[in-house]
Design a binder for this molecule. Structure first.
Ligand code: PAF
Length: 289
């Protein structure tokens, strides 16, 4: 297993990536907050397969955590993460300090598109402004590249894709499928917060999505009815507290009347200290409009 080269400074990253680009090599970038797992490794492997050089960033971005969220307790283990990157044949690992990323207070932040307002945006009002600001900084540091994001954070993928397009960034955002445990639980760094009883109930998120998709497949088009079925499923888990369920159009992330065409179901649930999210997509049966 070849070690990934660990870089801490923005200048070093720019110098190395510029040299690779000058030599005609393509760059794949996987932004993460560390606590890496098989879901992250699937992004790394997608990047390694499609690019000459893969760089992973590990930075727990304070801007995207509100007061009272898990910034302080977010799992951090650089040695383990370094092994995880080497195992996936990642070339470079960018692990900056908070001072390197934010040497002073930020006077400039990136505003978010309207579809950042519902769902995660409603539950965590400061979250997406923090995400797009750090992702804009990371894209500026990386330069021309393909950037790999997991579809578990479906709304994040939509927001970041739109930001990169709106700001003419030389970055192709590549969404990658959610990786799941054998019982259907989406892989997440926050799963380690679950107690064993909560872990046993956590696949209820996957079951809620399946229940919603099943009624859509049978012809249900009323978003409220689909959401009720999803919420009833979550309610079968005694340790779960529902944050939201949503049945929306995949493209706009809102329901504009009866569901039609490509739809996305999303769910957010709290289990004790852990807040878990998941989503899946489907098609409303019937003739295309
Ligand atoms: O999805 C994440 O891990 C984070 O939101 C990201 C994209 C690395 C930005 O901090």
């Amino acid at each position: 297993m070849t070690e990934s080269v660990v870089l801490g400074s923005i200048a070093e990253v720019r110098r190395m990536l510029d040299a690779h680009r000058c030599a005609g090599r393509s760059i794949g970038f996987v932004p993460t907050m560390g606590a890496l797992h098989a879901g992250h490794q699937s992004l790394m492997r997608a990047s390694v397969a499609a690019n000459d050089i893969t760089i992973v960033s590990i930075f727990v971005n304070p801007l995207q955590f509100a007061a009272g969220e898990d910034l302080g307790s977010y799992p951090r283990d650089l040695a383990r993460d370094t092994d995880c990157c080497a195992d996936a044949r990642v070339d470079l690992l960018f692990a900056p300090s908070a001072e390197e990323m934010y040497p002073g207070p930020m006077a400039t932040v990136v505003d978010v598109p309207p579809f950042a307002a519902p769902l995660e945006g409603a539950s965590r009002p400061e979250h997406f402004a923090g995400v797009v600001t750090v992702v804009a900084k990371l894209f500026s540091i990386m330069g021309e590249c393909r950037a790999y994001f997991g579809e578990k954070d479906w709304q994040q993928v939509a927001v970041v894709t739109r930001m990169a397009a709106d700001l003419s960034m030389p970055v192709e955002v590549v969404p990658c499928p959610t990786m799941r445990e054998p019982d259907g639980l989406a892989m997440s760094s926050r799963n380690i917060y679950l107690t064993s009883d909560e872990r046993a109930e956590a696949p209820v998120l996957r079951r809620a999505l399946d229940a919603g998709l099943a009624v859509i497949a049978k012809g249900e088009t009323d978003p409220a009815m689909v959401e009720a079925v999803m919420a009833d499923t979550v309610a079968t888990a005694s340790l779960a507290t529902l944050d939201y369920v949503a049945a929306v159009q995949a493209e706009t992330l809102v329901a504009d009347g009866p569901l039609h065409g490509e739809v996305r179901l999303l769910v957010a649930v709290r289990f004790g200290k852990a807040r878990l999210i998941d989503n899946d997509g489907g098609m409303v049966p019937g003739k295309p409009a």
